[in-house]
Design a protein around this ligand. Structure first.
Ligand code: NAD
Length: 421
């Protein structure tokens, strides 16, 4: 049982820590190691001065938290949003350590963010914020140190600016400093779809266990950005029936199945699903509680909590977003028999293809899309089986199993390396 005080339920860090504590206890993890792995290695706070288009000088707060490097360089996204907090970045950085260990790729965990509202910023302002943020954290990132990637409200263009800024400082082009870049600048084929594809691969594995066909499976997706939009497209193409999609402005629901290509075309033109004519309008929280087999939150954190978990009707929860479920909601979902594919497994397709991108950049040799997709599938299926078998063996739910597996792998490396003093 995870414990989080009621007023801290929405804290990403508290939920991560509560799950960590349960898993560490079950593993009988040494007290000192528990303390060490519960806390991040380094937290960087920067204040970024930027000239706005109107000539005024503005200052933005930015963070980069590096949680652990026991298994390799840090890896983790950078997000831009008005509600970014250090606590949230700290929790997400730790989750990256566990995620990389679950899929067994040689990275530790990090996360970054800038407190800003990208909807109110011009492209020029975004570029200047990104470049100055990069310059401020320059000593701490690099292909062997910490490799950022896109996250909420950042994209291939943001990564191109970071790569260029870093390269200008070190005086040669260093493509492997970030992943999620445009393909022409050292990006990987299949990266854009990697997270959504990974969500589909692990959902397929659950259907296989349940003896269920994709065609009989209704899917509701919250979020229609990189993760949700790609998951909707790929799952629709594979035969799933997508009955609901929502974004921050509202949602659309059609029990017979949405015309996903038309919906995505509408989103590309209007930047929202709101107003799409192929279904009835629905609220972006209300959509989570509709009848379906698969619920795929792919928007933001803490949307499933102790307040609404008992109203979730889905049988399978594929966590495309990071930390969409609070720790107190875990037990409610477990009691209701929901098969949860936890975020550190379900959305690990993104970091896995990022790993492929880093490998390709360092080799200067680029793979075909089929090679990327095939290798992604191998890793996701192996990780799914590892987590489910670990859970069965230790009689714990999938989330705690994923944490135990990850902590075990990281602790093993730490013990081999020893503590430098
Ligand atoms: P994005 O910015 O491309 O898209 C986010 C989507 O969520 C948008 O459609 C937005 O309108 C919607 N949204 C935001 N707040 C919402 C709310 N309260 N209700 C409903 N919809 C809301 O971001 P993304 O890259 O798709 O990331 C989404 C989530 O997936 C985040 O939690 C991110 O950390 C996680 N994630 C992303 C990747 C990746 O490769 N991009 C990898 C792993 C995990």
């Amino acid at each position: 049982m995870s414990t989080v005080e009621a007023d801290k339920e929405l804290s990403v860090y508290e939920s991560m820590a509560a799950r960590f504590d349960v898993a560490a206890r079950k593993l009988n993890l040494d007290e000192g190691l528990t303390k060490y792995l519960r806390t991040p290695n380094r937290e960087i706070i920067v204040h970024i001065p930027v000239f706005m288009d109107n000539g005024q000088l503005e200052v933005f707060d930015g963070y980069r938290v590096q949680h652990n490097i026991a298994r390799g360089p840090c890896k983790g996204g950078i997000r831009y949003a008005p509600n970014v907090t250090l606590d949230e970045i700290r929790g997400l950085a730790a989750e990256m350590t566990w995620k990389c260990a679950v899929v067994n790729i040689p990275f530790g965990g990090a996360k970054g963010g800038i407190v800003c509202d990208p909807t109110q910023l011009s492209t020029g302002e975004l570029e200047r914020i990104t470049r100055r943020y990069t310059a401020e954290i320059l000593d701490y990132i690099g292909p062997e140190r910490d490799v950022p990637a896109p996250d909420m409200n950042t994209n291939e263009q943001t990564m191109a600016w970071i790569m260029d800024t870093y390269s200008m400082h070190v005086r040669h082009t260093v493509t492997a400093v970030v992943t999620g870049k445009p393909i022409d600048l050292g990006g990987s084929r299949g990266r854009r779809e990697g997270t959504g594809r990974g969500c589909m691969i692990v959902t397929d594995q659950v259907l296989k266990r349940f003896g269920r066909q994709r065609e009989q499976t209704r899917v509701i997706i919250q979020g229609c950005g990189n993760v949700g939009g790609q998951a909707a497209r790929l799952m629709h193409e594979a035969g799933y029936r997508i009955t609901g999609v929502a974004d921050m402005y509202g949602g659309v629901f059609n029990p017979h199945g949405l015309d996903v290509p038309a919906l995505l075309e509408y989103v590309a033109r209007n930047r929202t699903v709101n107003g799409f004519a192929g279904g009835e309008r629905i609220g972006n929280m209300e959509i989570l509680e509709q009848d379906c087999e698969v619920l795929l939150p792919a928007a933001t954190e803490s949307v499933i909590t102790s307040k609404n978990a008992h109203r979730i009707k889905a049988r399978i929860l594929t966590e495309g977003a990071n930390s969409p479920t609070s720790a107190p909601a875990d037990d409610i979902l477990f009691d209701r028999g929901v098969f949860v594919i936890p975020d550190i497994l379900a959305n690990a397709g993104g970091v896995t293809v990022s790993y492929f991108e880093w490998v390709q950049d360092r080799q200067g040799y680029f793979w075909t899309e089929d090679m990327v997709n095939e290798r992604l599938k191998q890793i996701m299926v192996a990780a799914f089986n590892d987590v489910v078998h670990y859970g069965e063996k230790h009689h714990v739910n999938n989330r705690i199993a994923a944490y135990m597996l990850a902590i075990d792998r990281v602790a093993f490396c730490l013990q081999l390396r020893g503590i430098y003093a």
